[in-house]
Design a protein around this ligand. Structure first.
Ligand code: MV4
Length: 473
């Protein structure tokens, strides 16, 4: 096992990785930007290094991070999510520097990062993909139109190197195809410096279902069931649920087998996610494979009782997977909500600033993965997610109730957060019934918007006042 790991990230995921290191008696090395000097991960790590004055550049500088890892005597690097986590070149440089990359090898990252290459590999291994084409860049507009007619409208155009919802266009009819194709290519070039674009049949209002997989370095692969991540706004997930409240055992068995086959097809190792679209008739299609730990891994940890970050580290250190598919058990339902420093009533714009009061939810089967504390000032340079609230219960309905309760006592003052909006989701009948797909938020936005966001009750102050009153002060 490793003695020391460098964490090439910040925020709640850096905190989560430090905790996994502590649980395994591994020393942790944090890197941080000047703007992050008061951040939680810096306070918690055993060793810290400022890597840049710039708020972002250091976290994106492979050579500097490797230099710090070497200097500190770390043996491995955990990339977290975002930043360099799916950068194949970084993974390659880490390995070449004699360090261990906590994730799949750089070839797998590169292959799965190319959405078209991933599609082709899966197709070749008999994994269902949405009907579609190869990249269309060398084809004439007439030929592109013929493809669309054959597939049938609506179609979706996707950048091969796309991600995060960038470089995709839905096309309803032939008259829109040429403009959409050109716009998609331009966006792909601007964001990914590669304008390869391919076409797929557009699946209307699908569910976004993803399977967590775990693979060791010796070809053993298991899946840890699925998460429903359909509740998204502009490709940002707000709520994640494990397992899916609407999935049959039969569909889970079939999709799980396909997810494992997808991982085996790529020679995968470490933790990964196979994303599927599921249509109204329970047809499912491979969409993408994520080669990193994901934000929403916690719901899978809660239902399986497995420490996924710990597993990643143990796998990377060369441990053999000591369990098989039959050892994976599901205990109830877990729901996660993302608490973002955002002003929901102002188009969800970021709302950084100083936390004047903080009281996270507690109680049985309530978990908070967070990086904020009272008097911390959230810097404006990073992702606005500041906490994840995760609950577990024996049924989906009870989990929704518990989430509503936990959100009600979660107090963050000084900044605006998504908590009032998330409470409204918990109160929504369709959410409670498991009646939702990727179109849910778009359709319900007006209904879910909090009317008047009142200052949340400051529970710490309320308790202090109650004690004072009882003491007759
Ligand atoms: C699709 C799709 C429907 N049909 N592909 C969005 C980003 C990337 N992860 C894949 N995405 C989708 N691909 C086909 N063939 C639906 C989505 C999709 C989506 C699309 C538009 C608006 C919101 C969405 C939310 C989730 C998935």
């Amino acid at each position: 096992m490793f003695k020391k790991i460098l964490i090439a990230n910040r925020g709640e995921i850096a905190v989560r990785i430090i905790r996994a290191c502590n649980d395994l008696n591994i020393e942790s090395v944090a890197i941080y930007s000047r703007a992050d000097r008061d951040s939680m991960h810096v306070k918690m790590a055993d060793e810290t290094h400022e890597i840049s004055e710039d708020p972002i550049k250091g976290y994106l500088d492979p050579d500097r991070i490797i230099e710090v890892a070497k200097l500190s005597g770390a043996e491995a690097i955990h990339p977290g999510y975002g930043f360099l986590s799916e950068n194949a070149l970084f993974a390659k440089k880490v390995a070449e520097a004699g360090l261990v990359w906590i994730g799949p090898n750089s070839e797998v990252i590169a292959k799965m990062g190319d959405k078209n290459a991933a599609r082709e590999i899966m197709q070749r291994h008999g994994i269902p993909v949405v009907p579609g084409t190869e990249p269309l860049n060398k084809e004439s507009m007439e030929s592109i139109k013929r493809h669309a007619r054959r597939i049938g409208y609506p179609v979706i155009l996707k950048a091969s190197s796309g991600g995060g919802g960038r470089g995709i266009r839905v096309v309803q009819k032939e008259e829109e195809l040429e403009d959409s194709f050109n716009a998609c290519k331009r966006e792909a070039m601007a964001f990914f410096k590669n304008d390869d674009v391919f076409m797929e049949k557009y699946i209307q209002n699908p569910k976004h279902i993803e399977f967590q997989i775990l693979a060791d370095n010796y070809g053993n692969v298991i899946h840890l069931m699925e998460r429903d991540c359909s509740i998204q706004r502009r490709h940002q997930k707000l709520v994640e649920i494990a397992p899916s409240p609407t999935m049959s055992e039969d569909l889970r068995r079939r999709m799980g087998a396909v997810a494992v086959a997808a991982a085996k097809a790529t020679g995968y190792s470490n933790a990964g996610t196979v994303e599927f679209l599921v249509d109204d008739y329970n047809n499912f299609y491979f969409m993408e494979m994520n080669t990193r730990i994901q934000v929403e891994h916690g719901v899978t940890e809660e239902i399986t009782g497995l420490d996924l970050i710990g597993r990643q580290i143990r796998i990377a250190s060369g441990e053999i997977l000591d369990m098989n598919q039959n050892d994976v058990l599901c205990q109830g339902f877990a729901i996660e909500v993302r608490i973002n420093a955002e002003d929901v009533k102002n188009d969800f714009v970021p709302s950084p600033g100083k936390i004047t009061s903080y009281y996270p939810a507690l109680g049985p089967f309530v978990r908070v993965d967070s990086c904020i504390y009272k008097d911390y000032t959230i810097p404006p340079y990073y992702d606005s997610m500041v906490a994840k609230l995760i609950v577990r219960a024996t049924s989906y309905d009870l989990a929704v109730n518990k989430m509503k309760r936990a959100l009600g006592e979660f107090t963050v003052r000084g900044i605006k957060t998504t908590i009032p909006f998330l409470i409204n989701i918990c109160k929504d009948r369709d959410f409670r019934k498991g009646n939702f797909d990727t179109s849910y938020l778009e359709k319900k936005m007006g209904e879910l918007m909090p009317k008047d966001i009142e200052e949340p009750a400051d529970i710490a102050a309320v308790i202090a006042a109650a004690i004072a009153a009882r003491a007759g002060l």
